[in-house]
Design a binder for this molecule. Structure first.
Ligand code: GTP
Ligand code: MG
Length: 242
């Protein structure tokens, strides 16, 4: 069985059979405000607290306030271990990911996590332009490199992805096409429930059945206690929207 990196969110860890697989890419997609970035920050803080480094490619502007709320008094110490890169184009994103790959591979530092949040922000911007094919190719190459890095190092990779509404089916679909869908061995959909509640739906996994787990956003991060019967997983809800 692949090693796991616990996320620290009990319900999500139960859903994932212990946590994020360390030898593959995990994709999280969901609407704005579904908690993708908070999840990445939570796991990044946990990894940094354990003494390992995080390479965080941030295309949307990580909220330092949110990180401060998660990190508490540890903020300064954690920031020294979380290397944040803020690319301003898909090309710069590619270079940032190449740096992350190199850091994970040279093993001079104990890198414990690579995050790309969001992997598809600049890709989406390019979709309406004439360079659509180029953008698709650039994203595919970048993700392919991350797949190999995850496979050849003990470093898990988390990508976040945005959604589009499929007008014919009425469903929310992840961006990035079938390549991203195949490259990520674990795919989670974060669904918004009322208030601070969220649902993580396991859409794809190599060795686990589909399922879902609840968690909620709090002022200090994400929480997902196991229900009393400890069966955190349930049948996945339909992705349909009315
Ligand atoms: P995009 O990047 O826009 O796609 O969204 P995301 O999925 O990354 O969402 P993010 O992780 O940024 O989650 C933001 C959500 O957290 C919003 O719905 C906020 O209302 C909520 N939020 C932020 N701070 C708090 C807080 O202190 N308490 C609670 N309950 N919710 C909060
Ligand atoms: Mg976000």
């Amino acid at each position: 069985m692949a090693d796991r990196l616990p996320t620290g969110i009990a319900s999500v860890d139960a859903l994932l059979g212990g946590g994020l697989e360390t030898d593959s890419v995990t994709e999280i997609y969901g609407e704005g405000g579904s908690g993708k970035t908070l999840f990445c920050l939570d796991v990044a803080a946990r990894v940094a607290r354990s003494g390992r480094w995080v390479f965080y490619v941030d295309t949307e502007g990580v909220s330092v306030d949110r990180l401060r709320a998660i990190a508490g008094e540890d903020l300064e110490r954690l920031l020294k271990r979380v290397l944040v890169s803020t690319p301003k184009s898909l090309e710069e994103q590619g270079r940032a990911v190449a740096t992350a790959d190199a850091l994970a591979r040279d093993r001079k530092r104990p890198v414990g996590l690579i995050v790309v949040d969001s992997a598809t922000f600049y890709y989406r911007l390019s979709l309406s332009g004439s360079d659509e094919d180029e953008a698709r190719q650039a994203l595919s190459l970048e993700v392919a490199d991350l797949v190999v890095t995850a496979l050849e190092t003990p470093v898990p990779v988390v990508l976040t992805n945005q959604v589009w509404r499929n007008p014919r089916e009425g469903t929310l679909e992840p961006l990035g096409g079938s390549f991203l869908n195949h490259a990520a061995k674990t795919i989670l959909w974060f669904d918004r429930l009322p208030g601070p509640r969220r649902r993580a739906v396991l859409v794809k996994h190599r060795s686990l059945p589909e399922g879902a787990a609840e968690f909620r956003i709090t002022s200090t991060g994400l929480e997902g206690p196991l229900p009393p019967d400890r069966s955190a997983t349930s049948a996945p809800p339909a992705r349909e929207r009315t």
